[in-house]
Design a protein around this ligand. Sequence first.
Ligand SMILES: Nc1ncnc2c1ncn2[C@@H]1O[C@H](COP(=O)(O)OP(=O)(O)O)[C@@H](O)[C@H]1O
Ligand SMILES: [Mg+2]
Length: 322
Amino acid sequence: MHDGSGRLIVQGLSKSFGPVNAVQDLNFTVRPGSVTGFLGPNGSGKTTTLRMLLGLVTPTAGTATINGLPFHQLPNPATVVGAVLDAQSFHPGRTARQHLRCYAAAMNVPDAQVDRALELVGLSAAAKRKAGAFSLGMRQRLALATALLGDPQVLVLDEPANGLDPEGIAWLRNFLKAFAASGRTVLMSSHFLREIEHTVDQLVIISRGRCVFDGHLDQLRAAQRSRAFVQAADPSKLVDKLQEAGYGIEYLQDGRIAVTGADSRAVADLALEAGIALYGMQDERIGLEQLFFQLTNGQYTSVQQHGAQWPAPDGQGFGGNA
Ligand SMILES: Nc1ncnc2c1ncn2[C@@H]1O[C@H](COP(=O)(O)OP(=O)(O)O)[C@@H](O)[C@H]1O
Ligand SMILES: [Mg+2]
């Protein structure tokens, strides 16, 4: 019997397709009550991982469990986990309701669930329209309705925001947040941090099949930082003042000083106070998107730990090479 925890546990999970190591020793846990983003560039192994979780691909090594059991051992899996994988296809001549009725019958779910699912995804008014004429956004909603038929405890969605317009993304965000807030589990993949930044609270980031970050979005946000580049008439005097004020500094080859944790305004105020002339200033901001890019560009390797992990605690490698 499954443990009813709503937890997804991935342990030592690997998958090779011939010479391609699509997923390599992945470890993470997804808990109920929050929306977990599964983030990585195209080809990093997200779909393969989700397919292993859903019993559609056999792992080369390791395990992926839902409620403590591999998918195939779940009794009545449609009531435990609903999934939307990429590449959704519908019979184009069937209406939305007919499509859902077919699935409801196959899942042994009462017909009443069909109208409930249509309503949940905001497709009630389109119930009698043919799916073949649906927009991409409507197809995404119909796919989600299919996943919701069994009133599952867990939702696994592969790139559900793909192709949605901003309104569709906002709708999906509210839906998933409410779903998670009711004590259920959501794992959604994306290759685009900005797209899910306001939807997820937990993040698992993978690069080339390996985990490079596992923690709360706030922990990633905390790693954002800014630097100011400054050229001063008297660099060593400015450096003294900056160090007194607690800033980290670095001399660049071109004679400029990089000041960590400061913006150019703070440096200018300090220089003015000390009577040091400045000849040039520039701000650099390492935002979330850049962090994601650096993490998945292979600049970092990290070791999986319990709870949050963050590679390169000294921040080495952050920032440009100005
Ligand atoms: N059935 C398959 N046969 C061979 N290679 C595959 C197969 N499925 C995925 N791959 C390869 O595994 C890697 C990860 O793919 P995928 O899991 O689809 O990544 P993502 O979903 O993050 O874009 C890619 O190099 C991809 O080409
Ligand atoms: Mg994919």
